[in-house]
Design a protein around this ligand. Structure first.
Ligand code: GDP
Ligand code: MG
Length: 164
């Protein structure tokens, strides 16, 4: 069967923006209006000669950090149960947040392949020092991207398909 790749991470880190950039169409709704990405959304992606199904995750718009964390855990558990590779996305502009560390622990314990994606690195030279902070999550090398500017996506996809 086709490999499954799921994107998980806090609200507003840019999961749907990445999904749309890779899916090549406006399929998943990027947040400008609250209450987005109610359900998981699927796209077929091909990179080099490898095809996989990409899953965007979201949920109801959370209004407290408790809800954010429980929603992230739920997303992560679904990804652990269904995906072959998990993209764990964090936001360089927000830095390392406590809920990121908690979900990273959960993903690490699952022993699934996890690719740590650091989004909103709109200027690689300027923000690289901030990217290194995410080594502290203990789930491997951070992969800087700018989903909005479609930077770093080739290297990211190379890394993803290396796990199939
Ligand atoms: P999601 O909740 O994780 O799905 O996040 P969205 O994809 O809906 O994006 C949340 C916000 O972050 C939107 O305003 C996006 O335009 C913005 N965003 C996404 N990717 C980038 C990026 O690479 N750089 C910057 N500066 N903003 C981004
Ligand atoms: Mg979304």
């Amino acid at each position: 069967r086709k490999s499954i790749v799921a994107v998980v991470g806090r609200p507003n880190v840019g999961k749907s923006t990445l999904f749309n950039a890779l899916a090549g169409e406006m399929i998943s709704i990027v947040k400008d209006t609250p209450g987005i990405t109610r359900d998981r959304i699927y796209a077929d992606v091909t990179w080099l000669d490898r095809a996989f199904t990409l899953i965007d995750t979201g949920g109801i718009e959370p209004d407290s950090s408790d809800i954010i964390l429980s929603q992230m855990r739920e997303q992560a558990q679904i990804a652990i149960d269904t995906a072959d590779v998990i993209l764990f996305m964090v936001d360089v502009k927000q830095g390392l947040v406590d809920s990121d560390s908690k979900v990273a622990d959960m993903l690490r314990r699952s022993h699934k392949p996890v690719v740590l994606v650091v989004n909103k690195v709109d200027d690689f030279d300027k923000f690289m020092p901030d990217v290194y902070e995410f080594y502290n999550l203990g789930i491997g090398d951070p992969h800087p991207i700018s989903a909005a500017n479609r930077m770093g996506l080739g290297d990211l996809l190379d890394e993803v398909i290396s796990h199939f």
